[in-house]
Design a binder for this molecule. Sequence first.
Ligand SMILES: Cc1cc2nc3c(=O)[nH]c(=O)nc-3n(C[C@H](O)[C@H](O)[C@H](O)COP(=O)(O)OP(=O)(O)OC[C@H]3O[C@@H](n4cnc5c(N)ncnc54)[C@H](O)[C@@H]3O)c2cc1C
Length: 397
Amino acid sequence: MKPEYDLLVIGGGPGGALAARTAAEKGLSVGLVEKRPAIGVPVRCAEGVGRDLLEEFMDPDPAWISAEIDRAVLVAPDGFRMALEPSMAGSEVGYVLDRKRFDRELVMQAAAAGAEIQVKTRAVAPIMENGTVAGARIEQNGQIQDVRAKVVIAADGVESKFARWCGVDTAVPLGDIETCVQYLMTGIEIDDAATVFHLGNEIAPEGYVWIFPKGPKTANVGIGISGRKSRDGSRPIDYLNRFVKSHFPEGRVVEWIMGGVSVCPPLEKTVADGMVIVGDAARVSDPLTGGGIYNAMYTGRLAAQVAADAIAKGDVSANAMMPYDTTWRASKLGKSLDRNYRIKEYFIHLPDAKLNRLVHSISRLDLTKFSTLEIIKELIRHDPTLLLELRAIRDLL
Ligand SMILES: Cc1cc2nc3c(=O)[nH]c(=O)nc-3n(C[C@H](O)[C@H](O)[C@H](O)COP(=O)(O)OP(=O)(O)OC[C@H]3O[C@@H](n4cnc5c(N)ncnc54)[C@H](O)[C@@H]3O)c2cc1C
């Protein structure tokens, strides 16, 4: 790698790729390091993304789309199913991606814009100068090298260490981590155009089971449960195996992945002197759904725009880059993270009887648009007693 760049990006996921592409398009010299030998693998994702959200960044391409989704189905603990049809499914319609190809495409776009990409290259420590992040020490094929940068973007995902090494508190409480396991299953009877979510304390305590189509008779079948609910005999894999045995006994598992998703509030501050933190590393995945692909892309792009301005002005202090932090917090995304955290905290304590009542109620609502906020508003209109129970989030409505 070169010894110095304007911008050094740690991590080649969607957040890092968008940061690298945006900065390179603005004419900055950009280096991106990814510790894995190949971009996008292993996939640790159910691969679902909303259509509007994705199309904010790129035109959909069948080369990296596994399935098009036009409705979402919620299954209550008692087995009652309600479908959110296309007319009201809002951002729940969209795509199930092929992230092996999608992530690679994003990084190739960054490379085409001029970013230098290095795989199998790991950041092992920050370079700090007078409390300012001034680059990273990297390890590649056993060789250590210091790479300096005016700004470092920490895009190293949910297991992020870089920001912590720089003194930022990135700890996530166990109860705010969803531990996940997912099978890619084939030979199963599924609805090819629907994402399906199973709720219930017996099925997935403080989480849910998802079935996301990947093609004919093939789907990502996964589960996330709260880290504090996982113990011997009741680990995510135990719940998933029970679910698969009862729902898809005929299916075959062709891939098995595990991973964690943070469902906590975002970091209190996502900038430091010489550094910006994006995507899962900044804890900006959605606390209600665990979704974070769009959030990583959005924050990655914004981080590069703000860093480029700061570099142009010759001031890369945390203060100068604060517009990154304030802009995403004030955005639709930032507001939804705050609201969805509070909604999640309400939902995870619901007994199955109440979850049943909620799903049955949602099915009777006259929704013109599906979003968490619309559902809550309509539920309250339908059943004003709910307003009392939802007081924790009342001010958000
Ligand atoms: C089981 C599961 C299911 C999910 N399903 C969905 C879904 O359906 N929809 C959705 O929107 N989101 C989903 N997510 C979340 C989504 O995968 C993440 O939010 C998204 O990938 C975040 O992008 P990122 O760029 O911030 O981080 P990542 O995609 O995690 O990329 C970070 C990269 O940094 C690299 N890295 C880490 N440390 C270093 C280092 N020291 N040096 C160099 N490189 C480093 C990693 O190898 C990795 O490639 C799911 C997550 C899990 C675990």
